[in-house]
Ligand binder design. Structure first.
Ligand SMILES: Cc1cc2nc3c(=O)[nH]c(=O)nc-3n(C[C@H](O)[C@H](O)[C@H](O)COP(=O)(O)OP(=O)(O)OC[C@H]3O[C@@H](n4cnc5c(N)ncnc54)[C@H](O)[C@@H]3O)c2cc1C
Length: 453
């Protein structure tokens, strides 16, 4: 312990003033109490924390911004490595890169890069952490144009399970670098990410149109048809929501982001703009940072969350009809049913080039159920599960690891294996090399092979 304190890391224990605030994560359903929280400010603090965990046989969890819905960032009785104080972002404008620390969220990251007119694919809302999102792959508004967040990683500074600080890149520890791009927190603690950046904005086109729920089936069909035509500049998400204003009637909408020239955006949006009679029309020119934050309000911190998701190769009419019927019965006015369109640059990367295997054009269905009243937990979890089950016949293979909740069991068994598909065995090899004792197991775990004696 003295080495840890000598290192200058801030250590919190139960009863300390900040302890309860720091152990809390985004999902208010999660209530875990680590024995120790180490608030790190640099890689050396992480090394010291891992040494203590090994000496005292403590389980280790790693927290970036705490958005993982299953709450894997925090542990019961173990040692939580909290990276949230590490928020530096150093942009190299000439090389178009940024060295970003793991405590940043996408809003903070975008503020640093957009000051130079640059950006890279980040999450669809601004409060999600760059670390967990990138390590799991990273879907976002710019993925059609630039690929997933992890596709743009140039290198990572990593503290390994052995307590070494290494750089992983195409030239150094290339297997580790491959695994970090999608393999989650299994391989070490990342203390800095270097990303490639691109000119974006300052103004792009983004926002949403919502239509009365009677038109929901037609809105989802419109989304399906437009998704088949759009350029890499455009990202579309279909959303079934309830109006934030009383009486909270259900609405069907399309959320758009076009990162190209305004004239191209207008041409691509023409059919959506002229469809039916929207009750909300809010697709406008605005800064990329505002597009990234445009529906943050729907995901308040500490609200209760329970999620289900799956890829869908197509969006047949019966799937659309099932979604519309089920969402109408949703018990919470805060829950959403959303369909993300995966296309463009993200789908042109070979399946085995990174750990992320999800390279087929298609859709990802996400049902993030969100509510505030704990007495409504049973009803919301039951609705989410039954809706998901009704949609099972329409799902493609594969699950997106960043959206898995805590009680996942996919049709094929192990959801983590299903999430990595053909890349799973290579991930096991890398895990066995870098973390043979499975020190980093509080994640979507890829267990190492057991040593043969
Ligand atoms: C409201 C909301 C919106 C979201 N939107 C998107 C989206 O648009 N696109 C998308 O792809 N995902 C999205 N997600 C999912 C998100 O990518 C994951 O929850 C991700 O884990 C969040 O990153 P974090 O750093 O906040 O996670 P944390 O909860 O802090 O960490 C999650 C896990 O990541 C690992 N980890 C975190 N930091 C490190 C590190 N530095 N080194 C090693 N391991 C680490 C650990 O295993 C940890 O358990 C969203 C989640 C929420 C709650």
């Amino acid at each position: 312990m003295s080495t840890l304190q000598d290192s200058g890391a801030l250590v919190l224990r139960p009863g300390d003033p900040e302890y309860d605030e720091v152990r809390r994560v985004h999902n208010g359903m999660i209530d875990k109490r680590p024995a120790l929280i180490v608030r790190c400010r640099n890689a050396e603090h992480v090394v010291a924390a891992l040494r203590l965990a090994r000496e005292d046989s403590l389980e280790v969890s790693v927290r970036g911004c705490g958005h993982n819905v299953a709450g894997r960032a925090v542990c019961h009785g173990g040692l939580m490595i909290d990276l949230n104080l590490m928020k530096s972002a150093v942009v190299d404008q000439r090389e178009r890169t940024v060295r970003a620390e793991p405590g940043l969220n996408w809003g903070e990251f975008n503020a640093a890069t957009q000051a130079h007119g640059l950006a890279v694919t980040g999450g669809t809302i601004s409060t999600t952490g760059i670390a967990g999102l990138t390590l799991g792959g990273g879907f976002g508004w710019l993925m059609g144009k630039f690929g997933f967040a992890a596709d743009n990683l140039i290198s990572a500074e990593v503290v390994t399970a052995q307590g070494e600080i290494v750089t992983a890149s195409a030239d150094q520890h290339p297997d580790l670098f491959w695994a970090l791009r999608g393999g989650g927190g299994n391989f070490g603690v990342v203390t800095a990410f270097t990303f490639r950046l691109y000119p974006v904005g300052p103004l792009i086109t983004g926002g949403f149109n919502f239509w009365p729920y009677e038109q929901a089936v037609d809105v989802l069909k419109l989304f399906r048809e437009e998704s088949a035509k759009i350029s890499d500049d455009m990202s579309l998400v279909a959303a079934l929501v309830r109006s934030p204003e009383a009486p909270h009637q259900p609405l069907a909408g399309i959320i758009a982001c076009h990162a190209g020239p305004e004239a191209d955006a207008e041409r691509e949006l023409a059919t959506i703009r002229s469809f039916g009679t929207p009750v909300v029309e809010a697709i406008v020119r605005k800064p990329y940072e505002d597009v990234n934050a445009q529906y943050d309000f729907g995901f308040p911190d500490r609200a209760l969350n329970y999620w289900k998701s799956s890829f869908m190769r197509d969006l047949p009419d019966p799937a659309i009809e099932t979604m519309v019927a089920d969402f109408d019965r949703c018990p919470s006015r805060m829950s959403i049913m959303m369909i993300e369109d995966i296309h463009g640059a993200a789908t042109r990367v070979p399946v085995t080039a990174t750990a992320i295997p999800h390279r087929s054009p298609g859709f990802n269905l996400l049902i993030p159920s969100v509510w505030l009243d704990p007495s409504q937990t049973g009803a919301n979890v039951a609705w989410t599960r039954s809706t998901f089950e009704h949609l099972l016949p329409f799902f493609a293979d594969g699950r997106y690891v960043n959206y898995l909740d805590d009680d996942e069991a996919s049709r094929g068994g192990d959801p983590v294996r299903a999430a990595y598909g053909v890349n799973y065995e290579r991930l096991v090899d890398v895990k066995t090399h870098y973390d043979p004792d499975n020190l980093f197991h509080l994640n979507y775990n890829i267990p190492p092979r057991r040593a043969v004696s």
